[in-house]
Design a protein around this ligand. Structure first.
Ligand code: DCP
Ligand code: MG
Ligand code: MG
Length: 618
């Protein structure tokens, strides 16, 4: 089936991925670390390391023990407290957003951003002096023509796919149409490559972080092409994006065809497993064919799928569809492997959906112990609310960019709430009594109670400790008593206090939710990483939805409580931060169907077998 080519009212999208992000947060704090091999440890895992360490053979998600053997002089820092990474991520996001006219800057996880710079490029292409391209000027402000940077518009900045020497295109400028014709995609991408370079340089100069960028016309293409040259580099996917003439080659196809299917944002591990097992079990050996039989271990590329006999949205629906899978999955995946991704860059704020602070204890039994812990948790909660839910009011022109306008670093702040949670929730987890045969009962049930959050906690001039005391004495203790009417002896293992039900302050930009591709990006990006043993604690807790009265909630096996010490957990909304778990069918335990190899959730297996036994399914 033919696929509509990417839209020709091209958008220009830049994707950023900060280099060795956690490690560079430490390097910015202590520049001497830049010259040393540096690793960030969580549990027994090296979650990331700087490029000096990578040069010595270390890699992300390696066991610390193994890393030390390879590089005994390794400097190791602990990265279990995510606060500084979250703060740095927010800071960099705001810095880059200040340059972006559309405000369409979307976070993906802590260390990636998409910027929609279409309007900036359109404006600058129109102003380009075609008679002096080597001394072009990129305007960063529509009002002030002096704000901007000089660049050479005869060539792309950074790397390209294909590399310029390989591109049949010749010189970039040969693609510029006649004086009055519409600007070509080529020149728009060329300008976007210079803007990306400028932003990367600003980021490094002002914030000390280097980043890798990808430049193309959609989120999926910008992200994938950016990955091809790391670190501290950028790659632009060159036109042509369609094979308009017979025999012509589309760079989108050429580029995507070589990609491992598992790397395509939107095709997570479960979907690629289904595709791989389908292709491996159905391919006929065909000499010289790309769709020939492969062993289970062979990576399936986009090309394998695209050119597989009979492949199209209908077959993909059969292979990937099933109980619980999103409607139209076949068409969507068929589009993705052709580079079709019309999902917008969302103007998302970095707002959490809830903030929750908890601590685990050997045993809390007396009112005095509980009161003391609640005050301390409430103080942490209010501190976290102030950090995550306020911003400095900046009257300056956000279009002018981050150099002097960075709202984060300007003096004399005028702080205001950008969102106010409406609900306060208290959860506890009592230690269950031993079972009759004397063994420990491993129940993880939490009980919780919610109440409206009093307005006084939003007073920014009051001391955090005083507010915490007031909150506990006036409200939290009575919530606690309703959960535990007994006078003492609760044997508590955990206390959690959270604010939920976030409402953005009036006049704030709205976040839009629910675009499938956004979820798919996150699932693809984050899930494989979290499958590392011992990393489960970064999954948000599962008890986010109670409101109203006392509520028995069974949460997932230990998340925060496994770790000694306090955990603050800001659950970010999906579009801001890829760290939220999704409940779609990809998360369910699945078994492989013995007939077709598709991964089927347990509950749906019987129905699936019925489907195979129907006469027209095979
Ligand atoms: N991270 C984590 N746990 C994981 C995977 C990642 O805590 N299982 C953190 C550490 C990384 C950050 O997320 O610094 C960003 O992840 P990336 O995969 O982008 O890795 P880096 O930015 O560290 O390295 P690169 O230069 O390859 O982008
Ligand atoms: Mg990343
Ligand atoms: Mg990174």
């Amino acid at each position: 089936m033919a696929v509509a080519p990417p839209r020709d009212d091209h958008r220009l999208i830049i994707h950023f991925d900060y280099d060795c992000f956690y490690a560079s947060v430490f390097e910015v704090e202590q520049p001497v670390l830049k010259t040393l091999p540096l690793a960030v440890q969580q549990k027994q895992i090296l979650v990331t390391c700087n490029y000096e360490a990578r040069r010595r053979g270390l890699r992300k998600l390696q066991l610390i023990q193994e890393a030390k053997q390879i590089c005994p002089e390794l400097v190791i820092v602990l990265g279990e407290d995510l606060t500084k990474f979250r703060d740095a991520s927010k800071n960099l996001y705001r810095f880059l957003r200040a340059f972006c006219w559309s405000g369409k800057v979307e976070k993906l996880g802590f260390d990636e951003l998409f910027l929609d710079v279409t309007d900036m490029i359109t404006y600058n292409v129109d102003l380009l002096n075609r008679h002096d391209l080597e001394h072009a000027f990129f305007h960063l402000d529509r009002q002030d023509p002096t704000l901007g940077f000089s660049f050479d518009a005869t060539e792309f900045h950074g790397s390209t796919y294909p590399s310029v020497s390989n591109a049949a295109s010749g010189s970039a400028w040969s693609f510029v149409p006649a004086e009055n014709g519409p600007p070509s995609l080529h020149i728009k991408l060329l300008l976007a490559s210079h803007l990306a370079a400028y932003l990367r340089a600003q980021l490094e100069e002002n914030k000390g972080h280097t980043a890798t960028a990808g430049i193309s016309t959609s989120k999926i293409l910008a992200k994938l092409v950016g990955n091809t040259n790391k670190p501290n580099n950028q790659t632009t996917l060159l036109p042509p994006y369609t094979a308009a003439e017979p025999g012509a080659q589309s760079n989108v196809h050429n580029f995507l065809d070589a990609q491992d299917i598992r790397k395509i944002p939107g095709i997570g591990s479960k979907l690629s497993q289904k595709l791989t097992s389908y292709i491996n079990s159905h391919a006929q050996p065909r000499p010289n064919s790309h769709a020939s039989v492969m062993t289970q271990d062979d990576a399936v590329t986009v090309r394998h799928v695209r050119l597989f006999p009979g492949m199209g949205p209908v077959l993909l629906d059969q292979v990937l569809g099933g109980p619980g899978s999103p409607k139209g999955i076949g068409r969507k995946i068929w589009g993705l492997i052709h580079g079709v991704d019309n999902s917008e860059v969302l103007q998302a704020r970095d707002l959490p959906t809830q903030i929750s602070i908890e601590d685990s204890y050997g045993c809390l039994n007396t009112p005095e112990e509980v009161r003391k812990e609640l005050v301390s948790l409430a103080a942490s909660l209010i501190r976290r609310m102030r950090a995550d839910l306020t911003e400095q009011d900046c009257d300056g022109d956000p279009a002018i960019g981050g150099r002097s306008q960075d709202p984060v670093s300007r003096g004399t702040p005028n702080i205001r709430w950008i969102a106010r949670p409406r609900t306060l929730r208290l959860s506890t987890r009592p230690r269950p009594p031993p079972t009759s045969n004397g063994t420990q009962n491993h129940s993880f049930n939490r009980i919780s109670r919610s109440a409206p959050l009093p307005q006084y906690v939003f007073q920014l001039d009051a001391s955090i400790d005083a507010l915490a005391e007031q909150l506990v004495y006036e409200l939290v203790i009575s919530m606690f008593r309703k959960l535990h009417p007994e006078h003492a002896g609760w044997n508590l293992r955990l206390l959690n206090i959270a604010v939920t039900n976030m409402v953005e302050a009036a006049g704030e930009r709205k976040q839009s939710h629910g675009q499938d591709i956004e979820k798919m990006f996150q699932k693809q990006e984050m899930r494989p990483d979290f499958s590392v043993p011992g990393m489960e604690r970064f999954l948000p807790e599962a008890d986010g939805q109670d409101v109203g009265d006392s509520n028995l909630l069974s949460d997932n096996p230990p998340s925060g409580s496994q770790v000694n010490g306090r955990l603050d957990k800001s659950l970010y909304s999906p579009n801001d931060d890829g760290w939220e778990e999704s409940n779609e069918d990809e998360d369910m335990p699945c078994v492989a169907c013995s007939s077709c190899g598709s991964l089927i959730p347990h509950f749906a297996l019987v129905a699936h077998e019925v489907y195979h036994s129907a006469p027209d399914t095979e």
